[in-house]
Every structure is written in C-alpha cells, then in structure tokens.
Write a protein that binds this ligand. Structure first.
Ligand SMILES: [Zn+2]
Length: 162
C-alpha cells in the first residue's frame, strides 16, 4: 500500500505488516506503534452569485492548471469552519460567511492520499477577488460554461448545481 511507513515515526525501527481483524496494518516491533491509515480532512466553500460559481485554478500538482471549488486541508488543531473561511480567503482574497452545509464526499483520486471533503455554502462579506499564492487564478464561472475541473468530488458537486 502506497501510504505505508517503512520505519516507525516514534522510534525509527522497521515496521512489519500484521493482521488486525482481517485488515493489514504496519506495526513497530520496537515500541508497538501501529500505523492506522485514515483519510485526510479537507473543507471548501461553495459560493454562487449572479456571475456563477467561484472557482480557483490550481498552481501546483496534483492537477495543476485545473480548477476547483476553493478548498484545502484542515490543520490538526483547527475548527473545520474556520479552515473553510481561511482557505477561501487565502485562495481568492474574498472574506466569506458560511451559511450551511452543502455536501460531504469521499475523494479517492488525490495521489497525496484519500480525503474526506466537507463543502459549505457561503456568501461573500468582503475582500477583493484576487488569486492567492497557491492559485493561478480565481474567477466566477457560469454553471453552463465550467472550465476543466480537478477531482471527482468537485465535478460531482458542480454537476449537481446545474
Ligand atoms: Zn517504534
């Protein structure tokens, strides 16, 4: 499995596979550490205006050059709603207020690892539309003229809007 550690992150010893209830996991023979593989958590904000839906063009791999709903990973100590507002500001320059939960999807097509994406609805409260450091563009698109979208979960959510 691609995301398995070869060495223990706690003590540095070599990890070896073992069977836990029919599921293969990696375990340290030195300190007993077990690597549990869980999806990462990402959040995003769906912003619909008269101009269309707000999207961000990816500057970096994976899927560099494709567009996504403003989104990003949640820091470990961060509230997911604060993360959604933060990521939108960082990527688009726009301040947003969350108005509700839109969707939650499992993502299996990110080469960095599997992810759970939680998408909120939001409305713009301030700021100026301007792509951030990790975006090559930020723009509104009419739902009937969407650009090339990265990630199956984003395509699914956007196709559900039109
Ligand atoms: Zn160890």
């Amino acid at each position: 499995m691609a995301m398995e550690f070869s060495h223990c992150p706690m003590c540095g010893a070599v990890l070896a596979p073992f069977d836990e209830g029919g599921r293969r996991r990696m375990k340290c023979g030195g300190c007993g550490f077990i690597q549990y593989l869980n999806p990462s958590s990402a959040v995003g904000v769906l912003i619909l205006t008269d101009e269309g839906v707000l999207l961000v063009k990816r500057r970096f791999e994976p899927y560099k050059g494709k567009w996504v709903i403003p989104s990003g990973f949640i820091e470990y100590e961060e509230d997911m709603r604060e993360a959604a507002v933060r990521e939108t500001l960082e990527e688009t320059g726009l301040e947003v207020e969350l108005t509700g939960l839109h969707a939650a999807e499992s993502c299996f097509d990110d080469p960095r690892g599997n992810t759970i994406l939680v998408l909120f609805n939001g409305r713009i409260t301030g700021g100026t539309l301007e792509p951030g450091d990790d975006a090559d563009g930020a723009a509104f698109f009419p739902l009937e003229r969407l650009p090339d979208i990265a990630f199956e979960a984003h395509r699914k959510v956007l196709s559900g809007l039109s």
